[in-house]
Write a protein that binds this ligand. Structure first.
Ligand code: SF4
Length: 374
């Protein structure tokens, strides 16, 4: 299917919306409950499988909705390492979702938690200089169904449940606020996918107004900030969003978040040699983290041959970490490449769409592919 209108994916519908459809079809309310169970608990991939619904109802549903909107085009990695799933959307575009095996250091996850890094947009408008996802610009928002379906597709393929979600794949989740928050409600609901709100983290490049809005969202999800610079001067070099929402505005929004939330904040900080890895940056970062009670994830930049930026030496990484730790900030340093969420998203899709001629090959000097989502 190549229509530019997203098909109405049933995985993006809440029970009240499904009930309204059944009312329209002149069907009793209990039929709507049966459908919800087939869609979410039993993960039926076809209306034909929903055998306790009348055939005419199934046929009517199939003319209006689809149970799946995407296909798995490629999987890389293996069961005990990070697995990347390249998903082909109805309009021929691609997104990635990344399954990360148990890693106690991630987002309050416990050692037996499997984390999925999901995408929220095709491409991204925010143009962070270290990120593959933004290289070809923004194409479109994902629907709530497309966001939920990433989890459903991966669980079906992997044969295991995902119990930790990070909105850190392609796209800026808070720029697709309504679809992302609707997907979170479906993912969290007992009638839905059933993932605890505290095991979902939205990661943003720092859209201050939407952070405040999210602070008023009723589910107790976690928030991570892609900070990557402790001062405006440094942050602006690598994150153009900082010109629109500078650190004063961002931290005002984080104070608002803290006033409304119990969960700790997380700062993501990719260490890039001679860009943001000075001990002065570490000292300012420590103060900022203390001010809003945030923990810090340090992610050394993965050097790519022929590209201008470099990964700091381990000694320099350790010195940066020590400044944070000595200041009483909870900080982690994730060196193992395969497990870095930030190393995981965006690159596979970029390669695929470039090879297929959907997008032009990115400018080499910008191909600084740590490839993080927001
Ligand atoms: S880091 Fe996030 S916000 Fe920045 S360009 Fe990449 S996907 Fe967009």
């Amino acid at each position: 299917m190549t229509s530019s209108h997203p098909p109405l994916g049933i995985l993006g519908m809440k029970p009240e919306e499904i009930a309204a459809v059944f009312a329209e079809l002149g069907q009793p309310a209990f039929r709507a409950k049966q459908l919800v169970e087939w869609v979410f608990s039993r993960r039926a991939a076809s209306f034909d499988d929903m055998t306790n619904l009348p055939k005419t109802t199934r046929e009517a549903l199939a003319t209006r909705f689809v149970t799946r909107t995407m296909q798995i085009a490629k999987v890389t990695g293996s069961a005990d390492t990070t697995r990347k799933f390249l998903l082909k959307l109805h309009d021929g575009r691609y997104v990635e979702t990344v399954l990360i095996p148990a890693n106690p250091a991630l987002y309050g996850g416990k050692s037996d938690r499997r984390t999925l890094c999901v995408s929220s947009q095709v491409g991204c408008a925010y143009d962070c200089k270290f990120c593959a996802s933004g290289l070809a610009g923004f194409t479109r928002n994902l629907t709530a169904a497309e966001i939920v379906e990433q989890i459903v597709q991966v669980e079906a393929h992997a044969g295991e449940r995902v119990d930790n979600l990070v909105f850190m794949g392609m796209g800026e989740p808070l720029a697709n606020y309504s679809n992302v928050t609707k997907a979170i409600e479906i993912l969290n609901a007992e009638w839905g996918i059933g993932i605890g709100a505290r095991h979902m983290t939205v990661s943003t490049s720092g859209l201050a107004p939407q952070i405040k809005k999210l602070a008023d969202f009723p589910l107790q999800i976690r928030l991570a900030i892609s900070l990557h610079g402790a001062t405006d001067e440094v942050r602006e070099k690598i994150m153009p969003v900082n010109r629109k929402h500078n650190l004063v505005e961002l931290f005002e929004a984080l104070e608002y978040w803290n006033a409304h939330r119990k969960q700790f904040l997380t700062f993501e900080f990719i260490l890039i040699e001679n860009i943001n890895d000075s001990l002065d940056q570490a000292r300012v970062l420590a103060k900022r983290a203390r001010d809003v009670n945030a923990k810090v994830n340090l992610i050394p930049y993965n050097t790519v041959e022929g590209l201008p930026w470099a990964r700091p030496s381990e000694a320099r990484q350790d010195a940066f970490l020590a400044v944070l730790s000595n200041a009483g900030v909870t900080a982690t340093l994730r060196r193992e490449k395969g497990h870095d969420i930030a190393a995981a998203c965006g690159q596979l899709r970029l390669k695929q769409e470039t090879e297929l001629g959907i997008i032009e090959s990115p400018v080499p000097s910008r191909r600084i592919t740590i490839g993080a989502g927001a």
